[in-house]
Design a protein around this ligand. Structure first.
Ligand SMILES: Cc1cc2nc3c(=O)[nH]c(=O)nc-3n(C[C@H](O)[C@H](O)[C@H](O)COP(=O)(O)OP(=O)(O)OC[C@H]3O[C@@H](n4cnc5c(N)ncnc54)[C@H](O)[C@@H]3O)c2cc1C
Length: 380
């Protein structure tokens, strides 16, 4: 058994950490306050090779394994959840479906710019009336004169309205009980990108509702086989859940690091607050949570990299790591006392950013459902 990352993975972690600390951390508070999507920094992340990590060199990627991608997401998550989710969604939800299910022509058309970080893809699954129950999709697509005509709406779509959004993979009913995935290029007439949401956190991440009003794209924009959209997105979400868990590990780690520094420095009753067990034990519990979350996450990534089944482990990692991150941000805020409630303190931003991790790419309840079913229970 080997719990160590390879020397290459550790070296890469250092590169991403240095970038995150020098190019992201100093600005994260301002982006959060001003709700700025820092497109130049996203392009710089592309130059570092982050967006092409798990894709073959033939499409401009670097052919790294999924574990290495998780390391990158974790390191970004340690300083700024918004930039971490921008990367996670662009790779996991934007490029990954095209790489997994696209024709050679579709891959060559869309992936190279995405791998360079010059273009972002998005994934439109959730609808105003269909989230966890994604099979209840109401968006419709019908063939007319060699084109798909799409009508409907999507909700909460990450990276769907940035200046560099190139294409959105949209799930739509193409017949009774038949869901397919269709590529809709940004700027297609009939694709309406709604104004950005006002969110509790992830203020520097780009999230929009979308409307499709007789939106026409070529028949050849079908992604994968007709009627396979449901099966495809379930597989895509398994990958995404491991990466979201990695983001949560980074966030929980940041809480531990900030809490330790503050517990040693903040004075109360004639000494550092870390000498009180109530504070020290919180830090001890955070350390245990980080360790558990990391082990679950990297085991799931390792299984995927070794072509072993990992659905249950992905759900476990996502469930545990995201709930640990929410707990960690709450406890870190408590350790910081009144300063923890002030927006200029990083843990205040972490607290607001954490909650959505228990919701996106399958809620905690859906993860428990996946695990229960995998255990053989007849749960609904
Ligand atoms: C900031 C943000 C970014 C997002 N980005 C994307 C994106 O890029 N692409 C995309 O497609 N989606 C995206 N989403 C959507 C996200 O995946 C959904 O919000 C999530 O899957 C939950 O769906 P819902 O909001 O419709 O909640 P619902 O499905 O309505 O759930 C409401 C509550 O009911 C519970 N529930 C529902 N069904 C069951 C059940 N069978 N058993 C037990 N409990 C149940 C849920 O767990 C939850 O607590 C994003 C969401 C947010 C907030």
């Amino acid at each position: 058994m080997d719990f160590d990352l390879s020397p290459e993975q550790e070296a890469f972690r250092k590169v991403v950490r240095d970038f995150a600390e020098s190019e992201i951390a100093p600005h994260a508070e301002a982006w959060d306050r001003d709700h700025t999507f820092p497109v130049d920094v996203v392009v710089d992340m592309g130059k570092l090779g982050l967006f092409g990590l798990p894709f073959p060199e033939a499409y401009g990627g670097s052919g790294a394994d999924f574990t290495t991608f998780c390391v990158a997401v974790e390191e970004l998550g340690r300083v700024d959840s918004s930039m971490a989710i921008t990367l996670e969604a662009a790779v996991g939800l934007g490029a990954n479906p095209i790489h997994a299910y696209g024709t050679e022509e579709q891959r060559q058309r869309w992936l190279p710019a995405m791998c360079r970080g010059e273009a972002l893809g998005a994934f439109g699954l959730t609808e105003p009336d269909a989230g966890s129950d994604a099979g209840a999709t109401r968006t419709r697509a019908r063939l007319d004169g060699g084109e798909w005509v799409i009508d409907g709406a999507k909700a909460f779509i990450t990276n769907s309205g940035t200046p560099i959004t190139s294409v959105i993979t949209v799930t739509a009913a193409t017949g009774p009980g038949e869901i397919s995935a269709i590529l809709v290029p940004g700027g297609t007439p009939g694709l309406v990108v709604e104004p950005p949401y006002r969110k509790m956190g992830w203020h520097a991440s780009d999230t929009h509702g979308l409307r499709f009003e007789a939106c026409r794209v070529p028949e050849g924009n079908l992604l994968g086989m007709r009627g396979q959209g449901f099966r495809q997105f379930l597989a895509i979400l398994d990958d995404g859940r491991v990466a979201i868990a990695a983001l949560a590990v980074g966030l929980a780690r940041a809480c531990l690091e900030h809490s330790l520094a503050y517990a040693n420095q903040r004075q109360a009753f004639g000494g550092p607050i870390g000498r009180y067990q109530a504070v020290a034990f919180k830090c001890a519990d955070l350390a245990v949570m980080v360790e558990n979350a990391r082990n679950l996450t990297y085991k799931a990534a390792w299984l995927k990299d070794h072509d072993r089944p990992f659905k249950r482990e992905a759900a476990m990692a996502k469930l545990y790591a995201t709930e640990a991150a929410v707990t960690a941000t709450r406890e870190a805020t408590q350790i910081f006392g009144g300063y923890g409630f002030m927006d200029e303190t990083p843990v205040a931003r972490f607290y607001r950013d954490a909650k959505v991790l228990e919701i996106g790419e399958g809620t905690s309840e859906i993860q428990r459902l996946v695990i229960s079913r995998d255990l053989g229970l007849p749960v609904e």
